[in-house]
Design a protein around this ligand. Structure first.
Ligand code: SAM
Ligand code: SF4
Length: 407
């Protein structure tokens, strides 16, 4: 969850939603996101809404956090109360560092979600975790509590790259934690990689990929390093201490990821995500990308129900204060116009291996799709079947293809 929130209209104090939004809630799946805004230290590249103990100040603490989230959950259950209660298909606890909370607090939050709405029998329940913040015991507690999936921020196998990224874990700890997760009974384990960090060599990235493959995980996310304004990393680059990432290097790294992961039996299902089997795909993220409904709990969390999108106040203290006063922590909301909904749909679904139905495009978009096909950016077989599916070259240029398919 990026740190900067957009503007919008105010959310009513009771958090209520227009009846048009709640009428068919969950028709395209219903998920719950829980944001945990705490980190032991801030990585120099990261602009997520997260706070170290020093930055937190008064009015919010890790100790009271689970109860504050449960208070928002009670409000959410009231708001959706008149609608047919949605079953929860997916839960994703992200951060920040969720595993800075005691595993028992993460268990209590999940139990609260189950009591509020009911978890589907086959629900996917993920928590993000930093490699140094889990132990075999905490992983067993999470598994026993009903978590089914762990997503670990590995970023790199190279000590020098981890140092530039200000990571706290030693090289080798992420894959060790992945093995501990599998031993604790997690069938679904993801490792996140970042590529294109200044100082990272092609060999460093090849070693990261080899270690990920050897760890036996069933999911990999690989992201090009984004230099976010206002971060320590951006300042170091501006001062000339570190080189800016290069697009050519990022493209080479992406091709290396595809080659290594494909050879190891992974398939891409979204531009930055690969899974060993269809069951290993992250259903929660697929719900976002396919326009499903979700309630985002926690400071700065975004929600989407029936075309209404809203986001919570950003600081944990302001969030706790609103809930203590019995008020919605929602800061602002917007009702998506048909044009905005279309733009979002094209941006998100074009990045999926399942592609975007050509039928949703207008005339100009279809002309754009024909050009992209002729340029080798869309797959001919997918196109013949009525879908815009990116080729490997198209995946490298996904943003440009999106622009060509939109008015
Ligand atoms: C916000 S983090 C939360 C997970 C956990 N705190 C961690 O860092 O291991 C989720 C993932 O986003 C990715 N990420 C965060 N900031 C990024 C950036 N500036 N560029 C590329 N990837 C980024 C990292 O791969 C990270 O694992
Ligand atoms: S640990 Fe994760 S969320 Fe925290 S600062 Fe680092 S990248 Fe961001």
């Amino acid at each position: 969850m990026p740190g900067v929130l957009p503007e919008g209209e105010p959310v009513p104090a009771d958090g209520s939603l227009p009846a048009t939004a709640t009428r068919a809630v969950g028709a395209r799946g219903f998920g719950v996101y829980v944001h945990v805004p705490f980190c032991a230290s801030r990585c120099g590249y990261c602009d997520f809404n997260t706070y170290t103990a020093d930055e937190l100040g008064g009015g919010a603490s890790r100790e009271g956090y689970a109860d504050t989230v449960l208070a928002e959950l009670a409000l959410a259950a009231r708001v959706l109360g008149d609608a047919p209660p949605p079953r929860v298909d997916t839960v994703f606890v992200g951060g920040g560092t969720p595993t800075l909370l005691p595993a028992d607090d993460l268990a209590r939050i999940l139990d609260g979600i189950d009591r509020a709405w009911g978890l589907a029998a086959d629900a996917e329940v993920t928590t993000e975790a930093n490699p140094e913040s889990v132990t075999p015991e905490s992983l067993k507690t999470l598994r026993a509590a009903g978590y089914t999936r762990i997503s670990l921020g590995m970023q790199s196998a190279a000590p020098g790259v981890l140092a530039i990224l200000d990571r706290r874990h030693r090289a080798g700890r992420a894959t060790e934690a992945a093995r501990e997760a599998r031993d604790a009974g997690f069938d679904h384990v993801n490792l996140d990689l970042i590529y294109g960090t200044p100082g990272e060599s092609a060999d460093d990235f090849a070693a990261s990929l080899a270690q990920v493959v050897a760890a036996g995980v069933d999911h990999v996310s690989a992201y090009a390093l984004i230099v976010e304004d206002g971060t320590r990393l951006a300042a170091r680059m501006r001062r000339g201490e570190l080189a800016y990432p290069s697009d050519d290097v990022a493209a080479d790294r992406y091709l290396a990821a595809e080659a290594a992961l494909d050879a190891a039996g992974f398939s891409w299902y979204e531009v930055s995500n690969w899974a060993r089997t269809p069951a290993g795909r992250c259903r929660h993220n697929l719900l976002y990308w396919n326009g499903g409904d979700w309630w985002g709990l926690g400071p700065g969390a975004h929600s989407h129900v029936g075309g209404v999108r809203w986001w919570n106040v950003k600081h944990p203290a302001a969030y706790a204060k609103r809930l203590a006063a019995g008020e919605s922590p929602g800061l602002a909301r917007e009702v998506l116009t048909p044009d905005e909904a279309h733009t979002e749909d094209v941006m998100l679904r074009l990045r999926l291996a399942s592609g975007l139905p050509l039928a949703v495009l207008d005339d100009a978009g279809r002309a754009g799709a024909r050009r992209a096909l002729a340029d080798g950016l869309l797959d001919p077989a997918g196109y013949a079947a009525g879908r815009a599916v990116l080729t490997l070259r198209g995946r490298l240029l996904a943003d440009a293809v999106v622009r060509d398919l939109l008015p």
